[in-house]
Design a protein around this ligand. Structure first.
Ligand code: DON
Length: 570
């Protein structure tokens, strides 16, 4: 990756830092601070029981990586609509001892049976049911492999210990929340369609009442198999056989080799320096890091902080539009397509895009310089962890839509993802998030679907921020808005609660939460040519930690939109 050279404006504007230096291409932090400066450990996650599971692991001698496994495993049980063994995700790790950032790509892979026309009907249209529901929508899970990889390479404790809380929560049950009911309601018909799913996640085929104790004995057994045997407990043996049998019986097409061959990939994170500040984020097959850096590079050309809300929103929208154009056009799994990462993150690209921004008018998306026809929700979860040695984890994990594919793989109790819908099933045909894509993100056997998940760490010699969120295509813009709050010196609680807006190139809409803009602002933005769309509900579930190196103080916050919990423990 080429490091961006021209960044002085960004920082003079932010008045946080000055100067801009180029840096070599590696992922050392170069702004190491004494770990002794930390006064506390912190965990922010989307569920109090998961945060607790992680805190217990820290208290029992585990490091941030062990705690992150415990949190993720627990989320897979108590937030079954978000992430779990049947899904995958991205783990950005900072290993304090080696002063290095590592990035684990545990994204799901397309089964060998899935080619580029896998979801196409005879007339060339996309079979949306097949792409979103049931085992055909499910790619090969990466989460169990991630647990085993982290335990082997980064953790101090065995999986028998770090998965213990999740196993207990699955076996003994947990009381379901209103949020669970809301997610189940969103997918009720599909939960009812698959009997193994209805048996676990519904009560007499209906949404359970708040407080209902939901047990998952099959999932507890599968977690135990992973605790005992690592990745083999899932990808081989009895669990694998049951996964294959149940998937095939319901019309899916996984093979034993698809499971055996699944591997976590270590990738070089996107790591860009702006003077003293470093932004470390997710590389392809996530679009998050590249899009984030593109947006920051464009922003560095403007005195954005001195603009009024209307013009600031307009500018950010235009920047989002352009970064998402590049997402749709160029990004996919780097093992299958050439991703022009350094060009996209270059100053030349930023200048190209900035020159097309009119500060008085919205640019219609389809007028952007590029292909006119591209030729060719909720849920997911984020966790942020910091331990007292300065190790850090920023991980975004997913099964895609709420309750994923809604298909539970027989007695394994594993609810499978529907990440196959993150591929571009056909050029120009939108997925569940309205995203379109090019051949770069077409389906191929073994390929990983393009993601928006953006686990991020922002670090300077003075402070380090760990943040991320679920939210489908809106993840990247949420992370950027949260990060801009941080760069303006606001408290971590402000980053996670900030009212949100989003533009993703197509559809050509400025999406916003109900309370983001005043009526006056809406009128002004509409006059500038923006088509506003109220999302009708607030979105995202950001989990963030701030470590101030100067004081050693650690603060953390969970998004008030969710039921998560951030805990800082001395
Ligand atoms: O990887 C992606 O971009 C999506 N599968 C993430 C889905 C998501 O965040 C849903 N959350 N609300």
């Amino acid at each position: 990756m080429r490091v961006i050279q021209s960044c002085a404006l960004f920082f003079t504007v932010l008045t946080l830092l000055s100067g801009c230096s180029s840096a070599p291409d590696h992922s050392r932090s170069q702004s190491r601070v004494t770990p002794a400066a930390i006064t506390s450990a912190a965990i922010a996650s989307a569920h109090p029981l998961a945060t607790q599971a992680g805190m217990d692991v820290l208290a029992n001698g585990g490091n941030a990586f062990d705690a992150a496994v415990a949190v993720a495993a627990s989320l897979g049980v108590v937030e079954p609509y978000s992430a779990g063994l049947g899904g995958g995700g991205f783990w950005l790790l900072y290993n304090a001892a080696g002063d290095e950032y590592r990035f684990l790509d545990a994204r799901e892979t397309a089964p060998a049976a899935a080619g580029h026309d896998y979801f196409l009907n005879a007339d060339g249209s996309v079979n949306r049911d097949k792409a979103v529901n049931g085992p055909t929508a499910a790619a090969i899970p990466g989460q169990p492999a991630a647990f085993a990889y982290i335990a082997e390479h980064f953790g101090r404790l065995p999986l028998t210990q770090t998965l213990q809380a999740a196993i207990r929560q699955a076996r003994d049950g947990f009381a379901i929340s209103d949020e669970y009911r809301e997610m189940a309601n969103y997918r009720l018909h599909m939960l009812q369609r698959y009997p193994d799913t209805a048996a676990v996640f519904l009560d007499d085929n209906q949404i359970p009442d708040t407080g209902f104790v939901l047990t998952q004995p099959g999932l507890a057994d599968t977690l135990e198999a992973i605790a005992r045997q690592g990745a083999d407990g899932f990808y081989r043996g009895a669990v694998a056989e049951e996964l294959l049998a149940s998937v095939r019986a319901a019309g899916g097409d996984w093979s034993a080799a698809d499971l055996h061959d699944y591997r976590v990939r270590e990738r070089r994170p996107v790591h860009v320096r702006y003077g003293d500040l470093q932004v470390i984020s997710a590389p392809p097959p996530s679009s998050g890091g590249i899009a984030l850096v593109e947006m920051l590079n464009m922003l560095s050309h403007f005195q954005w902080q001195s603009l009024d809300t209307i013009r600031q929103t307009h500018l950010l929208t235009e920047i989002m539009r352009r970064a998402y154009y590049d997402r749709a056009e160029f990004l996919g799994d780097p093992d299958f397509v050439e991703v022009p990462a350094s060009d996209l993150m270059s100053e030349a690209r930023a200048q190209h895009w900035v020159s097309s921004i009119d500060m008085t008018r919205a640019t219609p998306s389809l007028s952007l310089n590029g292909p006119k026809n591209i030729d060719e929700g909720f849920h997911t979860t984020h966790l942020s962890v910091l331990d007292q040695d300065g190790n850090m984890v920023s991980a975004t994990l997913s099964i895609n839509l709420p309750f994923g594919s809604a298909f539970t793989a027989g007695s394994t109790g594993v609810l499978l993802n529907n990440e196959m819908d993150d591929f571009s099933a056909s050029p120009g045909s939108p997925n569940a998030y309205g995203l379109t894509g090019s051949h770069a993100n077409a389906i191929q056997p073994g390929k990983r679907p393009l993601s928006s998940m953006t686990p991020t760490i922002v670090s300077s010699s003075e402070q380090t921020a760990i943040l991320g969120t679920p939210g489908g295509s809106r993840i990247i813009t949420m992370v950027m808005l949260g990060m801009l709050e941080h760069l303006q010196g606001k408290a971590v609680s402000d980053w996670v609660s900030r009212p949100r807006f989003h533009h993703q190139y197509l559809p050509d809409l400025l999406q916003h939460e109900p309370d983001t803009f005043t009526d006056q602002e809406k009128i002004a933005l509409t006059r500038m040519g923006h088509r506003l769309k109220n999302t009708g509900r607030r979105y995202g579930n950001m989990q963030a930690i701030l470590w101030d190196h100067r004081t050693g103080q650690v603060t953390a916050a969970a998004d008030p939109r969710g039921i998560g919990q951030a805990e800082v423990r001395p």
